[in-house]
Each structure stands twice: as structure tokens, then as C-alpha cells.
Write a protein of this length. Sequence first.
Length: 275
Amino acid sequence: MPAKPKPGGEPEEGIGPTRVIQAARLLLNARGDFRQIAGFPEECRPRNMDDAYLIQKTFAEEWELPVVGYKIGCTARNQQRMLKVKEPFYARLFSPFVKDSPAELSAGAFHQLGLESEFAFRLKRSIKPRANPYTREEVTKAVGVMHPAIEVVDTRLDNWLTRGAPSVVADNGANGALIIGEAIKEWRKLDLAKTMVVLTIDGERIGAGTGVRVLGHPLESLTWLVNKLSATGITLESDQIVTTGTVTGLNFARPGSTGIAKFRRIGEVKITFTG
């Protein structure tokens, strides 16, 4: 991705490897101390998406937790306008924070309890980098099963929506956790673009939408990720899971709340925040 233009029209330079490490360790320490930060210090604030992905990658390497897949964010046009970006972004999913439904998680483990209902795919074979873009048909053949899912949106940045997209992406795309429902083997028989999903929190209908919100179809979102990773030399591994973006918007729960995402003809995902 090209660097963000300066007011004078020249690209804004990145922060450099030393500052990338500084930013990644700041995030690592914030996680370890369970605290939020008031944005990145100016000297290590990511200037563009290249900086953001380098910080995210460095953070993942230093955290040393197994990466079991990826999340895709900003797949809806209104989200892109809100964060002032022209395409989605990706972040890593770490093994301890991917849970089976029904899940009970401590509310005190998160700074915020954002919920997003999503279609997630688990690969049955790896997709390696190559020179030519992958087609949606090729990507579809590499998918094994589909899972209904709820992403918990959390962040180490206070006032995170005002910090800019590169900072959000550097903070692992504001991913807190992913809750996945039962694996659906016959998902190819379903029209995911038209599949209705309804999110309730404590029995109240909060959001609803279909897969068309995700770049027109969840598989379009997955294909975008495959080609984005391929262009940077990253392999999507067999058995990794990819969650493709919200179809019900971002909605917030409270401690003690239960969120349920019901996917028509598929099933449901349930999460309760204890304490």
C-alpha cells in the first residue's frame, strides 16, 4: 500500500524499523499491564498502513502466541468511511482468544465489549503466495468448513476511533477474541450473500444484516485477504480460520450481558460476559 500523501502531495515516510519495534513493545506492555494508551507517541505513531502492518507483525513475533488465522475489518462501506480508508484491513487471530460457542468470558478481561456477527471460513489446504492474483473460485476450493462467528472488538487505544486507521491496524485490528459456532460442512449450498443474521444482546434485537454487506459476499472478503497476504509473501495455512467482517455492525454489550448471533438455516453463536 502506498504511503499516505503529505499536505504538499509527497508521500509521508514510514517510521523506520527502530520505531516499529518501539511501537510493538508499547502494545505488548499495554497488554501485559492491562491498560490502554493515549495513542502512540508521535515518534512511533504509524504514518501509513505499511507501518501499521509492520508493527502488527513485530508485535505478533514478540508475543510468541500461535497465530491460528486472520480477521478482516472494514468490509462495510460505512466502516471504511468512518476510518477514512478505501479498502479493508487484516489482523491476526491468536490461539488463546479463539473460543467455541457457547462461551463465557470475563468482562474484566476486556476494555470494551464490542460484538460483531461474522461468517468465518476454515481452510482445508494452504494457499501460498504467487505472482498472479487468486480468483474467488480458487479460494473457494481451498475452504473446508464455514463457522458462524462473533468477534469481540477490543483495543489498547483509548478513543480508538479518533486515532486513525494505521493505529487501529497496528493494535491488531482491535481484535479481542473470536467465538465460533458449529462447523458447517454443506455451506456451499447456502446463499451466504442473502443469509440473514440477527444479533441480540440480553434478548433485545440490536443488529441485523446479510452477507452482502461483506464486500458483496463473504467469499469476496476472503479472496481479498488471500491476495493481500500473497502480495506480502504470507501463506494462509491449512486449518487456519478467517473471519470476514461484520454483517450486523458493531454493537456494545455490558458486564453480565449475553450476546447471541442467529444465522438463518445455519445456527447460532453465543457469548456471555461474566462479572
